[in-house]
Design a protein around this ligand. Sequence first.
Ligand code: PFF
Length: 454
Amino acid sequence: MQEKKSIHGAWASRWIFILAATGSAVGLGNIWKFPYITGENGGGAFVLVYLFCILLVGVPIMMAEVLIGRRGRQSPINAMKDVARESGHSGKWSFVGWMGVLAGFMIFSFYSVVAGWVLYYIAGMGVGDFIAIGSEDAGNVFNGLLADTQTLLIWHSIFVVMVMLVIVGGVKKGLENAVKFLMPALFVLLLVMLGYSMQTEGFAKGWSFLFHFDVSKLKWDSVLEALGHAFFTLSLGMGAIMAYGSYMPKKTSIGGSVIWIAIMDTLVALIAGLVIFPIVFTNGMDPGAGPGLMFVTLPVAFGQMPGGQIFGFVFFLLVGIAAWTSAISLMEPAAAWLVEKFGWHRIPACTVLGVIVWALGVAALGSFNFMSDVTIAGFNVFDFLDFMTANVMLPLGGLFIAIFAGWFMKRKMAENELAMSSPLLFNAWYIALRFIAPVAVATIFVINLVEKLK
Ligand code: PFF
């Protein structure tokens, strides 16, 4: 078969692909969510299970997404359709791409609200609002922000524009240029923060909180949470990684690249934990503070520490960059599809997308104030979007991708695309994809749903 080319362009090199996909993976999930769910689930044992999930479920499914994308060389909707047809199956498999695009909109709308909080905190740290702040005041600042529709709207809108401005530039001028600068900046800032937290007296305590594996603390719930989070953090199940894979150079090893992405994503999450927990312990605070850990506990901790204003600013800047490069990948599949389907330029495509996600985001941020009494199935809009995507749509999307690549796509196609050096490695991947990943995902999917709806 003749090699297909993407009409959107291609990454300049393997490393740019790795950086872009790592940019997608490393986001609020790593720095905001991972530390707080680890805190809530008792630390080390949870981390161990999470690492297993990344390796046994995340890595095989990510490889499948990249290979389908690269084979199809189009947006996830069209790539799924073409690869299915090429394997002699119905083009209706494109529904996986559709579900992904929908999930992208839904995740974006609450992601952008949280990213807006982060931008607000960057500004606040920058002007010294949090110097010597007490926990009550920090709680008031956060709750005050949630109640202040206008401020939330401003920061949410700024974030939507920031993201769309990158996507408008296309694969080379937009995405590639952005990740080339932002990702190294993110790594440097993270290492600066690690250096800072290593000086604190709470470092040893933070370390043992993360790495002391006390299996007796492990509950079934935590296992589910770890598996679900592995999905979210690697950006799997919604086509973001598939879209990035469609711009990947042909002669690049998929397995080797995916391992790098998974390692970097995991390292960032662990380092974020090693930054946050020592600071929390040094200041005698509670690691299990939940979602407010980053927005209430940390500002108090920074406010009490020497140099805290600068490091607090650096920290939130880092989180902002991480959120930005992730949000880009949430919208790229839809943008690529509009360009393919209607032959549009990226400017109208991004304008349309921007308006839609902006409006959805307004509904999500309204959950904290003017729409606080609106509920869907017992959730406010913000929590509904989070629940539906992380607990339903991503696992379901991942399950379909694993089933498609493992059971429907021609084996030969996978062998050619992956071009693995050893048949043993290929078989290990194939078994993980056909059996381990679907069973694990189906299990969490069902149990999660039953638990939540109980
Ligand atoms: N992986 C991102 C994070 O950990 O914050 C979230 C995410 C981005 C999920 C892109 C899905 C996605 F397509």
